[in-house]
Design a protein around this ligand. Structure first.
Ligand code: HSE
Length: 313
């Protein structure tokens, strides 16, 4: 029987992962959003409260809040004869490059589906969550919502129709997410994306993207790492991210096997081999790097994780 109330944990994610703009994403083990929903006899979705990281910057409006829009799409798709209220506790602040809006959109969609006894499949949920992303960034990208829902590493094969492939990353893939204190709204960062691309850059990008997937499938962290190169979008966005090149070099010097811009930034993400490297050293090197330049910097030393799940409290 469908529950009247559900609590969902939805993870942060890193989108793009080098060459896979709007296509690749990976779920982090932490931080996570927590979303509590309750069935209501009133139609529609009502956001009761938002707490946690950066919550002051997140709207309660049911037509603009990413989780509410995603949940509302699920209710509409399933022709639900009820509404819901939700409480959101944010694990990571918006405009971080760590899939803050994607975590909320995915969690909202997943939680609404639980109240309906799960009529929608994963691709439908990702599609509903992408409308939540659109409410926040103006674009229906799903490369954060997909890994937040499915966990692991995800590839958006197609947006129309939505078709997402999940790949299990290597178990020894460590991830550092380093977050300097400035914000980069995705809406602004997307204005930098080039609309025309030279064929030689397309060839480089496709080669790297394909090899990255091969590395994920075969558990080859070295292949994954040398495939993390974006010659199209990251360079165009670099002016928005002070010290991007130097920060990535700092991570590599501290033992990371690859470092790249997380989503649209400003997160600096690093991959490393859990069996060979101490992720804390990478994270602390990045923290010192940004502090020396007058910026506070949060970090998470983590690994990839699972997607949305229900918790019983
Ligand atoms: N693919 C999206 C972008 C992710 O880079 O704009 C946003 O986090």
């Amino acid at each position: 029987m469908a529950p009247d109330r559900a609590i969902v944990i939805s993870p942060s994610t890193i989108a793009n992962v080098g060459p896979g703009f709007d296509v690749f994403g990976i779920a982090l083990n932490e931080p996570c959003d927590r979303i509590e929903v309750r069935r209501s006899s009133e139609p529609g979705v009502r956001v009761e409260s938002i707490t946690g990281a950066g919550s002051f910057a997140v709207t309660l409006s049911s037509t603009r809040n990413t989780a509410a829009v995603a949940a509302s799409k699920v209710l509409g798709t399933a022709k639900a004869d009820f509404g819901l209220s939700m409480r959101i506790d944010k694990g990571v602040r918006p405009a971080s490059g760590m899939g803050s809006s994607g975590a909320s959109a995915a969690g909202g969609a997943y939680a609404a589906n639980l109240l309906l006894d799960e009529p929608l499949d994963m691709n439908q949920l990702i599609c509903c969550a992408s409308f939540g992303e659109e409410a926040s960034s103006g674009s229906r990208h799903a490369d954060n919502a997909a890994p937040a829902l499915m966990g692991g590493f995800t590839i958006i094969r197609s947006y129309e129709p939505m078709d997402v492939v999940r790949v299990q990353p290597p178990k020894n893939l460590g991830i550092v997410a380093s977050l300097p204190e400035f914000a980069v709204p995705t809406r602004e960062a997307r204005k930098k994306v080039p609309q025309k691309v030279p064929m030689r850059d397309v060839i480089t990008q496709v080669g790297h993207a394909s090899s990255l997937v091969a590395g994920m499938c075969s558990g080859d962290i070295d292949l994954i790492s040398r495939s993390i190169r974006d010659v199209i979008v990251e360079p165009a966005r670099a002016p928005l991210i002070p010290f991007l090149k130097e920060a990535k070099e700092t991570a590599l010097r501290a033992g990371a096997s690859a470092s790249f811009l997380g989503g649209s930034g400003p997160c600096i993400a690093a991959f490393y081999d859990l069996d060979r490297t101490d992720g804390l050293q990478i994270a602390q090197a990045l923290q010192v790097f940004f502090e020396e330049r007058g910026m506070k910097c949060l970090y998470w030393v983590t690994t990839w994780g699972e997607g949305c799940r229900q918790v019983r409290e």
